[in-house]
Design a protein around this ligand. Structure first.
Ligand SMILES: [Zn+2]
Length: 248
């Protein structure tokens, strides 16, 4: 029975390792999804900034058109000035000319501001596009690494499963069935008992059961957590136990 318990412990180690690797496998796509979301966010930002630039350029074109109109208005006012028949008409034409000239000056200032704004925006966009490219390259690289990692983990799991199944063949079917049932419910199915305490739930084992455990001739379960239990000293390798004694 000691051999069966040893096998069970070995089986449990393999199952725990498989579980651990399966969890690592599950974590891979989550990390990739985060990277993809980051990339999508910076790409969306780039698109929105490009739209802003297009809007500024459209407004610039409109203002340039208005400037031509403003300049025509100055020409028209000057013409009125030259055609003035009396001082009243002359004064009025002069006021209009001045006001039209002010209009041209302020429109020119507006157009100049837009030219600066467009230049600055183009510079920022160039940098932004560069950094989006960097993020994209890093996401692609991470994706490639993730594929390699997944393949590695899957190969490890497959190898451990083969070992695990070999160990399982040496466990009696009814013991294996009990082990599997407890594992599904409790995670850890086989635990040691040390100083009369179950290491799975930390409850004391009744003295009578403790005596049974020390004989190691049957598979017993903890009355509190229902895990398969064994007396830890029983499982110690005679060699290492001897080593402990000399060391102590
Ligand atoms: Zn217990």
């Amino acid at each position: 029975m000691r051999d069966q318990l040893k096998r069970l412990e070995e089986l449990q180690r393999h199952d725990a390792r498989i579980q651990e690797l399966e969890n690592a496998l599950k974590a891979v796509p989550a990390k990739l999804a985060t990277n993809q979301a980051d990339l999508a966010r910076v790409e969306a930002l780039l698109v929105s900034e490009r739209a802003q630039l297009a809007e500024t350029e459209r407004y610039y074109g409109e203002q340039k058109g208005q400037l031509e109109q403003d300049e025509e208005n100055v020409t028209g006012a000057k013409h009125k000035l030259s055609q003035a028949k009396n001082s009243k008409e002359y004064m009025a034409a002069q006021r209009e000319t001045e006001s039209r000239r002010d209009g041209v000056a302020s429109r020119e200032a507006e157009v100049a501001k837009l030219v600066d704004a467009i230049e600055a925006k183009k510079k920022v966009l160039g940098e932004r596009a560069q950094s989006v490219e960097e993020v994209r390259a890093s996401v692609e690289k991470d994706g490639e690494l993730a594929r390699v990692r997944v393949a590695e983990i899957e190969a490890k799991i497959a190898a451990i499963r083969i070992e695990r199944d070999q160990v399982a063949r040496d466990v009696r079917p009814e013991v294996l069935k009990r082990y599997s049932g407890i594992r599904i419910r409790r995670g850890l199915a086989v635990v040691g008992v040390r100083n009369g305490t179950c290491r799975g739930c930390n409850m004391n084992i009744p003295p009578q059961l403790y005596n049974v455990l020390q004989r190691g001739s049957s598979i017993e379960t903890c009355p509190s957590c229902h895990r398969i239990i064994y007396w830890e000293d029983l499982m110690k390798d005679p060699e290492s136990a001897k080593g402990d004694t000399t060391a102590g």
